[in-house]
Design a protein around this ligand. Structure first.
Ligand SMILES: NC(=O)c1ccc[n+]([C@@H]2O[C@H](COP(=O)([O-])OP(=O)(O)OC[C@H]3O[C@@H](n4cnc5c(N)ncnc54)[C@H](OP(=O)(O)O)[C@@H]3O)[C@@H](O)[C@H]2O)c1
Length: 76
């Protein structure tokens, strides 16, 4: 069996990173997604898990804040 890949995508709920999230999901990768808005991340989780057989793990973090970057690192 092939090993499933997991990708970490920052800014996954909008713009170019949203396109990356969709493309990786199409290719069967699990996704760890980071953005500030938890609501947008959960909308994307519902959308991508509904369309593809993947796991989408949302992390609501503000990456402009050092302590939130550190807490993401620790949690991962
Ligand atoms: N080289 C190229 O051809 C190219 C093309 C396109 C874009 N870019 C670059 O790629 C980057 C993204 O551009 P975009 O147009 O895709 O941006 P965008 O539409 O503004 O998307 C921003 C994404 O990042 C999240 N985000 C914003 N501030 C954040 C923060 N402090 N912490 C965590 N997440 C944050 C947003 O969600 P929340 O608001 O919920 O946090 C959203 O998911 C920019 O640096 C842009 O210059 C480069």
């Amino acid at each position: 069996m092939m090993k499933r890949e997991t990708v970490l995508i920052t800014g996954a709920s909008g713009g170019i990173s949203y396109a990356f999230a969709e493309r990786f999901a199409q290719n069967g990768c699990d996704i760890i997604a980071v953005a500030r808005s938890e609501k947008k991340l959960y909308q994307l989780k519902n959308e991508l898990e509904g369309k593809y057989e993947i796991q989408f793990v949302p992390y609501a973090k503000d990456l402009s804040k050092q302590e939130e970057v550190q807490s993401l690192y620790n949690e991962l």
